[in-house]
Ligand binder design. Structure first.
Ligand SMILES: Cc1ncc(COP(=O)(O)O)c(C=O)c1O
Length: 364
């Protein structure tokens, strides 16, 4: 199969060293080599998460990590404040509801970020919520929520635990788990880490562990305590995705070599580059400044041009694959991912292709 010019906001293209690592022969997942690999990966992830908290690795996609967080933090009937401003906030709410959590929704319009004032008001109106859920980077709308500022409001107003979906944020955008006091953070291997899907990575604070020990939600595969016990012995309770661990170790080499400040700056420059080019070519940006995401851009089309036609043409002419909108945005935007391991040259080429395609479609 010809390699695609993959410009979706995850899965992201894998660097050569990650691809080579994935080709390693299988090892015994109960042996000393895997113990070393798991220990090394967990310690290095803690540094990317900027935390002293324990890191858990579930063989799952990001959604599995979110479900795990929900079934470990809550008991049926507990209340949660769910901050929702896009498809992934909606999904987290649906998961919580599926397990009998009483959800209070704080909605912000799709394309905007959550306002600290609205969050403060919601916390005052709902002083009994056990957990506040936030989406760091809402991939569906290309908005990055100001998690540090929102967490500060939560700490000022309540003792609620803070659960953050940073599936598409951490590793590419600034994130300070400990400095911001975030109790559970969920991320996934196929986003900023440039690996295949298959690993959900979470950090869990001591306060969250206390809640886990009291939670009465039924669970088995997702049980944090069972995974923690196995991790402490250098293992996992069930067969892990050994290959993705190999890939992640290689990706962490690259991420450490680049360093967090340079990585964050590279994504910031990519965000600016894509947004400026989009505006220069007469297309629109869906998300409100100043909360535009630096890992994905949501683009609106000129009157009469269908996002689906743009995507189809990019694919047909250049084998370039960009994402469409999700749910209510299905027919109104395209999304370009600039997340993980990409170069400015990759993006410039994609933007030139987008310009050619949209101009051709406008001319009809
Ligand atoms: C913000 C966010 N949350 C959750 C998910 C779900 O992750 P997964 O598709 O790995 O289950 C995604 C995937 O795109 C995401 O971008």
């Amino acid at each position: 199969m010809a390699a695609q010019n993959l410009r979706v906001p995850g899965p992201t293209p894998m660097p050569e060293s990650v691809r080579a690592a994935l080709a390693n022969q299988m090892i015994n997942h109960r042996g000393s080599e895997f113990k070393l690999l798991l220990g090394e990966v967990r310690a290095r992830l803690a540094s990317i998460f900027a935390t002293q908290n324990e890191i858990l690795c579930f063989t799952a996609s990001g959604t599995g990590g979110l479900e795990a967080a929900i079934v470990n933090l809550f008991s049926p009937g507990d209340r949660a404040l769910m901050v929702v401003g896009g498809f992934f906030g909606e999904r987290a709410t649906a998961i919580a509801q599926a397990f009998g959590v009483q959800t209070v929704r704080l909605e912000h319009s799709w394309g905007s970020a959550c306002s600290p004032t609205a969050l403060r008001d919601a916390l005052r109106a709902n002083p009994d919520v056990k957990v506040v859920y936030l989406t760091h980077n809402e991939t569906s709308t290309a908005v990055t929520n100001p998690i540090g500022r929102l967490a500060q409001v939560i700490h000022e107003e309540s003792n609620a635990l803070i659960l953050v979906d940073s599936v598409s944020g951490i590793g590419a955008l600034p994130f300070e788990t400990d400095a911001w006091g975030i109790d559970v953070v969920v991320s996934a291997s196929q986003k900023a880490f440039g690996c295949p899907p298959g690993l959900a990575m979470l950090s869990v604070s001591p306060r969250a562990w206390e809640a886990v020990s009291r939670s009465r939600m039924p669970r088995y595969y997702w049980d944090f305590q069972r995974l923690r016990m196995a991790h402490n012995e250098g293992s996992t309770p069930y067969t892990p995705t050994v290959s993705v661990f190999y890939g992640l170790s290689a990706a962490l080499d690259l991420m450490e070599r680049e360093g967090a400040p340079a990585r964050i700056l590279r994504h910031q420059r990519a965000g600016d580059l894509v947004r400026n080019a989009v505006l220069d070519m007469g297309l629109g940006l869906f998300a409100d400044p100043p909360h535009n995401s630096n890992v994905v851009t949501a683009i609106t089309m000129p009157e009469g041009v269908s996002p689906k036609d743009v995507r189809d043409e990019l694919r047909a002419r250049y084998n370039t694959v960009v994402a469409g909108g999700q749910e209510r945005l299905k027919d109104s935007i395209i999304r370009i991912g600039h997340l993980g391991f990409f170069s400015e040259e990759d993006l410039t080429t994609t933007l030139e292709q987008l310009d050619t395609v949209t101009k051709a479609l406008v001319r009809g």
